[in-house]
Design a protein around this ligand. Structure first.
Ligand SMILES: Cc1ncc(COP(=O)(O)O)c(C=O)c1O
Length: 395
């Protein structure tokens, strides 16, 4: 089985981490992998998370199995955070805890395939690279719709709408709930309303990837689009991640929330999804979910966490503004879109040669596709990075 294996394909993001580690320059800047760094360049543990971990250490009585659905408190809190605890959508939804947002997408893919193997999954171009792998691996066909123009930094909404005209009943429409990865360009609420009408017209089911809630404008603001869509479309799924907003990356905390036409259907749909989790990982890891559940159910810790999340968000917003200004003035081109986009990423209109120049000459590491993790910049290195990008673009 193993004797004639070819060279494995390089993972574009993880391969970057190796290139970064091999760069010996003290000036090197990692804008590749999607991790938030503070003003000192550190990806630390939140103090609200530390407090919850201390509490768990003292108070957790057992580590016996939960069910394949995971931590019930975490699931209820996640559903409330996404949909609002008093909403009609909260009532007609149920949540399953998963190993990270990736696990939620994997569970969604297997679940869709088990119920409707003929469903096609419409994903934006560009999108988070793993979308391209997860759905075909489950046996589902992908269809790509245009989403973003890197030159103007804007969503290509007319072209997106035109492409969504091909949706058929039962197809899945994948959308990023906020802070689109890799572009940072989100739909307006009016555009979400139009997308909801398209989904309803064609009988398509929206699957929302919600990996950055709280990193855009605020927890409530970032949930607005998802809540609007869920109020307009009878069936929706949400794959959410707490990797970024709780900085719990390697603890693997996420969830799949299934919204159905009524509560009875949601309970039944949830029950049909649970065996998919059972045959994938049997049970999700509990530690990170227990931390999130404790923070969200303890008012002082929740306030502390919201403050820490706001600090991360505000820092990213400030860096976006500084980078947009300095890039525009250095290059003579308009990069103001970087300031208006949301979340950790922006996608530059930059060729792979310029990406290599950035890396080898300036020690600035971005992905080969031109995606840049703005949250990897510190106030101190913005001028150097803005100069380096302007020079690489001009070369
Ligand atoms: C758009 C998007 N979806 C899902 C994920 C997966 O998150 P997790 O690390 O929780 O699996 C990511 C992570 O970068 C992401 O950017």
């Amino acid at each position: 089985m193993f004797s004639n294996l070819p060279e494995p394909p390089a993972d574009p993001i993880l391969g970057m981490a190796q290139l970064f580690a091999a760069d010996t320059s003290p000036e090197k800047v990692d804008l590749g992998i999607g991790v938030y760094h503070d003003a000192e360049g550190l990806a630390g543990v939140l103090s609200s998370v530390k407090a919850a971990e201390r509490w768990l250490l003292e108070n957790q009585q057992s580590k016996k199995y939960y069910s394949s659905s995971g931590n019930a408190e975490f699931n209820d809190r996640t559903r409330a955070m996404l949909l609002g605890p008093d909403s009609a959508e909260f009532q007609r939804a149920r949540t399953i805890q998963t190993p990270g947002g990736t696990g939620a997408l994997k569970l969604a893919a297997d679940y869709i395939w088990s119920l409707a193997p003929q469903a096609r999954v419409f994903i934006p171009t560009p999108t988070w690279a793993n979308h391209n792998a997860i759905f075909p691996r489950a046996g589902l066909e992908l269809v790509r719709y245009p989403y973003y123009d890197p030159t103007s930094g804007q969503v290509l909404f007319d072209r997106m709408v035109e492409a969504l005209g091909d949706l058929r009943a039962g197809d899945i429409l994948l959308l990023h709930g906020c802070c689109h990865n890799p572009t940072g360009a989100d739909l307006t609420l009016d555009q979400w309303r139009e997308v909801a009408a398209i989904a309803n017209r064609h009988g398509a089911l929206p699957l929302i990837d919600m990996a950055y809630m709280g990193f855009g404008e605020g927890l409530e603001e970032d949930a607005a689009a998802v809540r609007l869509l869920a109020s307009l479309v009878p069936e929706v799924m949400i794959a959410s991640s707490n990797s970024k907003n709780f900085a719990l990356y390697r603890e693997r905390v996420g969830a799949l929330t299934i919204i159905a036409a009524d509560e009875g259907q949601a309970i039944r749909a949830h029950a049909h999804a649970v065996p998919q989790a059972r045959s994938n990982w049997s049970m999700p890891p509990d530690h990170g979910a227990a931390v999130v559940a404790h923070i969200l159910s303890t008012p002082e810790l929740k306030t502390q966490w919201e403050g820490e999340l706001a600090e991360m968000r505000d820092r990213v917003t400030g860096i976006r503004r500084a980078l947009a200004e300095q890039l525009s003035s250095n290059s003579g081109r308009d990069f103001s879109f970087i300031a208006h986009q949301r979340g950790m990423f922006t996608q530059l209109d930059i060729g792979s040669d310029a990406v290599k120049v950035l890396r080898s000459r300036h020690h600035v590491h971005i992905t080969g596709s031109g995606r840049m993790n703005v949250a990897g910049l510190t106030g101190g290195n913005v001028p150097m990075v803005a100069r380096a990008i302007s020079q690489a673009l001009a070369a």
